[in-house]
Every structure is written in structure tokens, then in C-alpha cells.
Design a binder for this molecule. Structure first.
Ligand SMILES: N[C@@H](CCC[C@H](N)C(=O)O)C(=O)O
Length: 322
């Protein structure tokens, strides 16, 4: 089957957009999973952290389904939602719209550039829950705030939350990639504790309005950035009194930077806004054989060099702040 795609990224967290919405593709669940595994594999056909399927919606302007590179489907994807928002905004020639995700219909909008020449989009990250059952994290406790989970690590304290995909967040003095990887892998092996797995983030407080976040993503591994993780890390930092609620926080990550705002609503529910780039890298088409990966191949590509160059400047700037 010949499939057109668009390769994009949010903070270097890279995705392949496949448009079932306007291109008329129809996939089975097994085919979506197989496409994610085949096309995301690094140094092969395309390579990515996952696939974003854009689908028509009768309840919103469009719908997003996100599949990790291992073929598992995630409830939500913050960096991906910005990319899908841009794609749908350009198709519909709108400034803002609503996108259906697995657990909620979420607003998205084009907003002023977060850095010179960087097309910027804001999305809502919701629903948010601090109930361990929402991950699920199998524990008798009603909340799991800054608690040692001895099965995962004897010293680190984690806060568990879903946004609505599962996250464990720990605030540390120093972030080590090896430790993030080891702890993230361990947490995802403990199926009795975390039956659906979890994303695991290490947060370093840089100053009163800036944090650095490094994430081990469920279904992928270490990635340059994870939008829901940066949103979860912002809320946790605010709830623990390390950052201010209701104010813009700069979140640095190995792939660049985003801005977030965490709010507690009157009814004690939480709302998080995530703002950042949605950069197109290249578009093209692939010949995809769902039954035999060896017969799948890249057919053609067309680059977006100006966007890539502009983004590099922002990423270089973000590095100087970390
Ligand atoms: N990178 C994404 C999250 C993708 C899904 C995640 N790996 C999961 O399985 O929950 C983001 O930007 O939020």
C-alpha cells in the first residue's frame, strides 16, 4: 500500500503524521500497530518516536490517535498534539480548533512564536488525576505524592499522576541519562505495580520559573522530550512549591524548550497548557507491506530546510539555558 506521510517534531520528539482524515486511508487496528513498528524503527524506512494518525471526528474538528514506536497506543501525546493541531489548523485555515483524543476533546490554537521564526501552538493537557488508580499504580493509597516506591528505587521519591497517560515524576539535583534509563526501564517491567507501564521523568529545578526535564517514555525509551511529561513535571513542581502555579514556566529538555502553565481550578481539578514548536522536517510517501517489513520502502521525500534551520537556532539557545 502506498501511504503519504509528514515527518514532524515537537522539541525533537519526532513523529510521522498519517492522514486518514482527508486521504481516504482505512486501516485495521493491527495495521496501525504494524505501521508504527515498521516506520518508527530507527535507521530503517523513516524512524520516529511514534505515529500520529489524524482521523475524522464527528465531535471535534479532527481526531488524533498516537502509537508509540513499539506499536502500543497511548492515551495522549502533548508534543504530537501540537503537530496535529498545526496540520489541522492549516488544512481548515483556522486559528484555533478542537481535537478529539482518546480521553478528551481538547482545544488547540496557533499562538505567538515562542522563539523567532518558530511556528508555535498551544494545547491543553487534560484530564489530569493524582489518583494512583488512574495510571494505574497498584497501591492501596489514595494519592502518591513524593513517595519512595521501593520496587523501583530505594531513594528517589516519585509523584504519580495521569495527564491522562501515566507518569511518575521525581525532582533531583542532577539528571543522569543512565539513571533515567535504568529507572524508567525498571518501572516498565513491574507489571504487577504498573500494569499499563508508565512514563518516568527526572526534573531539575533551574530557577523560579525554569525546569529541565528528561523522560524515559513508555513504549519508546529515552526521547528528546515528552510533552505530557513536561506538563506533568510542571504541575508536580508547582504542587510541591518549587514553581509558581498560574504562571508561565519554561521547560528545557534535550531537544529544545517549551512553555507550560499549570492551574488549579475552583473545583480542585487541574488544567495544564503546553506551548511550543510543531516543526515539519520532511514529507513523502512509503510503500508499506503490513505482512513483510522487508518489502516496505521509502519512495520519495521533500524537505523543509528553513524550518529545520530556524529550529536549530532555538535548540542551540535552549542549551545555553540548561
Ligand atoms: N511523547 C509524547 C507521549 C507519547 C506517549 C507516551 N510514550 C505514552 O505511552 O504514554 C508526548 O509528547 O506527550
Amino acid at each position: 500500500m502506498n501511504i503519504e506521510f509528514l515527518k514532524c517534531h515537537g522539541s525533537g520528539n519526532d513523529f510521522i503524521i498519517i492522514d486518514e482524515w482527508t486521504k481516504g486511508y482505512r486501516f485495521t487496528e493491527e495495521e496501525r500497530k504494524e505501521a508504527a513498528i515498521q516506520l518508527s524503527r530507527r535507521n530503517s524506512i523513516i524512524g520516529s518516536d511514534g505515529i500520529l494518525f489524524v482521523i475524522g471526528s464527528s465531535n471535534a474538528d479532527a481526531k488524533m490517535r498516537m502509537f508509540n514506536s513499539d506499536g502500543s497506543e497511548a492515551e495522549m501525546c502533548g508534543n504530537g498534539l501540537r503537530c496535529v493541531a498545526r496540520y489541522a489548523i492549516e488544512k481548515l485555515k483556522k486559528e484555533s480548533l478542537m481535537i478529539e483524543t482518546m480521553k478528551a476533546i481538547l482545544p488547540a490554537a496557533k499562538v505567538p512564536d515562542v522563539y523567532e521564526g518558530i511556528q508555535t501552538f498551544e494545547v491543553a493537557i487534560e484530564p489530569v488525576s493524582l489518583n494512583p488508580a488512574s495510571l494505574p499504580l497498584q497501591t492501596g493509597k489514595a494519592s502518591w505524592k513524593e513517595t519512595i516506591i521501593p520496587e523501583i528505587d530505594k531513594e528517589l521519591t516519585f509523584t504519580a499522576l495521569s495527564v491522562p497517560n501515566p507518569h511518575l515524576v521525581t525532582i533531583v539535583e542532577k539528571v543522569s541519562d543512565e539513571q533515567v534509563k535504568a529507572v524508567g526501564k525498571k518501572a516498565n517491567e513491574l507489571k504487577q505495580l504498573l500494569p499499563n507501564g508508565t512514563n518516568v521523568s527526572f526534573v531539575k529545578i533551574i530557577n523560579e520559573s525554569t525546569i529541565f526535564v528528561r523522560t524515559y517514555e513508555r513504549g519508546v525509551g529515552l526521547t528528546n522530550a515528552c510533552g505530557t511529561a513536561m506538563s506533568a513535571a510542571t504541575l508536580v513542581s508547582c504542587l510541591l512549591g518549587r514553581q509558581p502555579l498560574n504562571e508561565v514556566i519554561t521547560v528545557l529538555n534535550p531537544g529544545g524548550m517549551v512553555q507550560t502553565v499549570a492551574e488549579v481550578r475552583g473545583d480542585e481539578s487541574y488544567s495544564i497548557k503546553l506551548r511550543g514548536n510543531a516543526t515539519y522536517e520532511f514529507s513523502g510517501s512509503v510503500q508499506l507491506d503490513f505482512h513483510n517489513a522487508e518489502k516496505s520502502d521509502l519512495i520519495e521525500t521533500q524537505d523543509f530546510p528553513e524550518e529545520t534551520a530556524a529550529y536549530k537556532k532555538m535548540a542551540d539557545y535552549a542549551k545555553t539555558m540548561a
